[in-house]
Every structure is written in C-alpha cells, then in structure tokens.
Design a protein around this ligand. Sequence first.
Ligand SMILES: Cc1ncc(COP(=O)(O)O)c(C=O)c1O
Length: 363
Amino acid sequence: MSSFPSPRSSILNISPYVGGDVIPPGFTRCIGLSSNENPFGPSPFVKDVLSAEINKIHFYPNSNATVLRQEISNFYNIDPSWVLCGNGSEDTLHLLARTYASEGDEIIFAESAFGLYQIATLAVGAKPVVVPRENFKLSPEAILQKITPQTKIIYLDHPGNPVGNFLHKDDLLKLVQKIPSTVLIVLDAAYAEYLEGVEGYTSGIELVSEFSNVVMARTFSKAYALAGLRLGWIYANPTILDPVNRIRPPFNVTSLTQSAGIEALKDQAWVKKAMDHNAIWRPWFEREIEKLGLSFIPCYANFSMVNFSDKVSDVYQFLGKNGIIVRPMGAYNLPTYLRITIGQTHEMEELVSLLNKFYTQSV
Ligand SMILES: Cc1ncc(COP(=O)(O)O)c(C=O)c1O
C-alpha cells in the first residue's frame, strides 16, 4: 500500500473551479455567453503584433514587463514602479494572498463575490470571512464589523462579479479611511472600463497614492479582449509590491502577452466600440427580460444576472441545447440565477428569441 504526501489541509476545502469554458455533455458551444468575455475579440493591432512576435518565442520574456508597465503607466498617468503585471489578474490576486496572509489570518470578501477570493484565501491556509450583502449591495458597515486583529486582506470586487454593483466613490473613500492601515484593501476593478462615466463609480486609482494599503487590480481579459493570453496588473505603493515581486515567478507574463497588451492599449477606439455596444445592449437585454416578467440584479459591467426562479435549469438546458452557453450561479449561492454575458447583436437577438420561445412553449 503506498501512501501519498498530504497537501495543506485547507486546500482540500477548495471546490475545484468550474469555468465557463466547460461545455456540459449534450451541448454544442456556438455562442459562449458564460465568461464575461468581450465578444468582439481584440484589436487588429494585437493580431498583427502576435504574428510578428511568434518568431521570437525562443527567447525568454522580459521578466519585469518593462515596456508594458511603462505603457500602462503612460496611459493611466501613474508611476511604472507602482505597477506589477501578472498572468491574468487572478495571478496577482493569488500573489497578494501568498505575500500578505498565512495560516490563522483572516481575509474578508463579500457574499457572492468573485470565486477566486475564496480559493486564494484557502490556498494560503487563511480563514475566509464572508460579509453579507444588503439587497445585493456591499455594506461598508458590515465590512467594518468583520475586521479583527487577524484581518490581513479585504478583497472587494468593484464592480462585483457576479453581483455587479459598487460602492459610491464617497462611501468607498469613507470606508478606506476607517480601515486600519495594516489591512491590505484590494480593489478588483476588472470591469472598470465598462463603468467609464457611470455616476459615482471609481476604480479606486486615486486612492492608491493616498492610502499605502490600497491596491487596485486590473485585467486585460474584459474590455481589451485578451482573456486567452492572460494579462492583469496591480497598482500599489512600491513598498507593497516589493515583497510580491520577490515571490512572483519572473516570467509570469509571456512575451506574446506583453506585446499584445502594449498594442491593445494603443487602440482605444476599438475598446470604445465594445464599451458603446455594451452600453446599448445590456439595457436592451434587461428590457427584454422585463417584458418576459423576469427580474434581474442591476449590473454595470458586461453581463446580466437574471432570476429564472424554478425554471432556471430548464432555461439553462434549453439555451444550451440550442447552442447558447450561459453560467449557472449555484456555486455563488444564487441557484435561481443565470449570469449572461452581453454578446454581439445577433447573439443577443438569438438569445432573446430563444427565451421568448421557451416562455411561450412553457405556459
Ligand atoms: C471580478 C473579477 N476579477 C478578476 C477576474 C479575473 O480576470 P483575469 O482573467 O485577469 O484573471 C475576473 C474574471 O472573470 C473577475 O470577474
């Protein structure tokens, strides 16, 4: 009988992540609306640079992503020494937990928050402390009540995924002011580009220079449509980043990804087109949902959270068998909801036509 080496015990409490790329048996993926990707794909500049850069992949990438960090800094008017890049923002979120928390520590995040926070917490043996939401909204008071001397990190998905709301910038500032400076506050602004111009929203970028315990996390997976290449970054005081850099795998961002990120940033017109599309089609979809007598959680990013009540699994199966994959939300304790990414025009029209067909047939 052979025995196996044991993992850290908290790791066995992690439920393996099930991504939107997992196609259930019997489904054929034609239209993927399950992972909040940008349906238009990346800028043509990105495709061009990738074809050129493919000839250089026998070289290691630049281990500090120097040019990319400079370009990000130029774009956001920040200092490159305050920027650290990762293999998707998930990489940077994990790195923060590994750097700043360990067994016995506590990490706070909201109920139905982005699932990675729980995984990153348990991976380092820390205790997840889940803050209830009020009517799906974040409550600053509830967050403050959960802080103890063991609290090391607060992850705030801002706006949230799958519950897509945010704290008004005045409330966010007041909250940050009240949190002890020894607690790292990670503002995960993965969808910030979609909220450009939304009254009261901030990614928190201006808080980073003012509060040394605030980190802003961003991704190129959403607005920039580089999810498959994996590129995220964090913006924080260099004193916060220095220990993170010590454990960061030196080549965590591939050369292709670095070049793609640089080109993607240059094509803001391309990004704007996708953001404008989302600004029209998310409200359109929500109106269609209301016409069907269904409710949804108000969201600001590139998805809708629709409550299908007791019909949820029938709707999921019906859409899937007709080629549209959406995301069940049981894992987020919202079992009657499906999270639906806003796709291209023809995809949204097809989706709504299928939903109409489903509800006509089932009455
Ligand atoms: C709130 C939030 N943060 C982070 C991420 C991860 O992004 P990335 O693809 O950069 O790892 C996601 C992805 O869906 C997300 O919804």
